[in-house]
Write a protein that binds this ligand. Structure first.
Ligand SMILES: [Mn+2]
Length: 373
């Protein structure tokens, strides 16, 4: 069978190296990884019923033995440790193996994913004794900073999404419902054989449903003079894209034009100022200021953006409510200001950008000037 090259060997090697630095910084001797995206990030493995133990020496992928073919095809830089059983195994069986290896390595303190429930954490702590277990975000810290390979994969996902959006826009016509368009767009994403699928369910929000929060679609039929928000993303080799465009069916009203221009101006302004070293909330503030100048402050009712990578929404968030964090070179963010007028319409424009040493590189090529169809 052909070796799956979705995650190159050099990538997993440098990610594991970086992870070791991160856990050492936190005074840990290793980490246990449960989260399936974190496992894919560190090993290339895309299956379930697995966990990883990464120690100072040794990197182990512990899994059900029916996972062996997949693991051999997909992974690099880790030792595959199968649990032999003809039945489905309990996650605790994987864990027991991880502790057995940890004891052999004389490990006294391990980190675990922050996504574990409190209940589960307590149970794991009990089983781990005398090894101490600490919640640790070291894999997340690694994932925040993208390698040039990862930025390339996100760009490639975006290129494929744009090709789909270009064709999809021709299908938006009065009389078609948001539901029909949503399912059509989903089908177009699934038909692209390069892609793993959508990175989230596409949002089609026309006219007054554009004011609503993240409804994927309603039964509303597209009408002449509607604005239509299309928010879509795809997944390529494990990496997500995300983009939003708002198009108009027939000539927009002057109010629609004013709103559109205000969103576009905010989007472009923030793209021009965002750079490493800024606080996440001040990037959000830069967009909010432009929208405020146009008099629409109360109607930009969500954060400016989020990081994107193997998951479509990840930290740090460009928001005024989330934890304050400094943004750094090679982080990848969405910049997605919007204005939503109750019972009327909504406009959102979203691009993804990668932070360079002095600014950002826009990974979105789709035009964002007003589009009337
Ligand atoms: Mn987004």
């Amino acid at each position: 069978m052909k070796k799956n090259d979705d995650t190159p060997k050099t990538e997993t090697a440098s990610r594991i190296k970086q992870l070791r630095k991160e856990f050492a910084k936190r005074g840990l001797e290793g980490v246990i990884v449960f989260d399936s995206l974190n496992i894919r990030y560190l090993s290339g493995f895309t299956g379930e019923f697995a966990l990883m133990l990464i120690a100072e020496k040794g990197c182990f992928l512990i899994l059900h033995h029916r996972n062996i073919p997949r693991a051999e095809r997909e992974t690099s830089n880790c030792e595959i440790i199968p649990i032999e059983s003809e039945e489905l195994i309990h996650p605790d069986d994987l864990l027991a193996k991880a502790f057995e290896i940890s004891h052999a390595h004389e490990i006294t303190e391990l980190g675990v994913d922050p996504s574990l429930s409190h209940e589960r954490l307590l149970a794991i702590r009990k089983k781990a004794r005398p090894i101490k277990i600490k919640i640790s975000d070291c894999v997340e810290a690694c994932r925040q900073i993208k390698s040039s390979y990862e930025i390339k994969m996100i760009s490639k996902a975006q290129i494929e999404a744009e090709e789909i959006l270009r064709r999809f826009i021709n299908e938006i016509k009065p009389g078609k419902s948001e539901r029909q368009l949503h399912h059509l767009l989903l089908r177009m994403i699934h038909e692209n054989e390069l892609l793993e699928g959508p990175s989230f369910l596409p949002i089609i929000a026309s006219g007054e449903s554009g004011w609503g929060i993240h409804s994927y679609y309603t039964e509303r039929k597209i009408r002449k003079n509607d604005s239509v928000i299309i928010d879509m993303g795809v997944k390529y080799k494990g990496y997500c894209s995300d983009m939003t465009r708002t198009v108009f069916i027939g000539k927009p009203t002057s109010k629609m034009k004013v709103v559109y221009e205000a969103v576009l101006e905010a989007q472009k302004a923030v793209e021009a100022v965002v750079k490493p070293g800024m606080y996440n909330h001040s990037v959000d503030a830069a967009a909010r200021e432009v929208i405020g100048d146009s008099g629409f402050s109360p109607f930009f009712s969500h954060g400016l953006g989020h990081s994107i990578g193997m998951s479509v929404h990840e930290g740090p968030y460009l928001s005024y409510v989330k934890k304050r964090e400094i943004i750094r070179e090679n982080m990848v963010f969405t910049l997605e200001p919007g204005i939503y007028l109750q019972n009327k319409f909504g406009v959102r424009i979203e691009d993804i950008v990668a932070l360079t040493d002095s600014g950002c590189k826009n990974l979105t090529g789709f035009p964002k000037e007003i589009l009337v169809i």
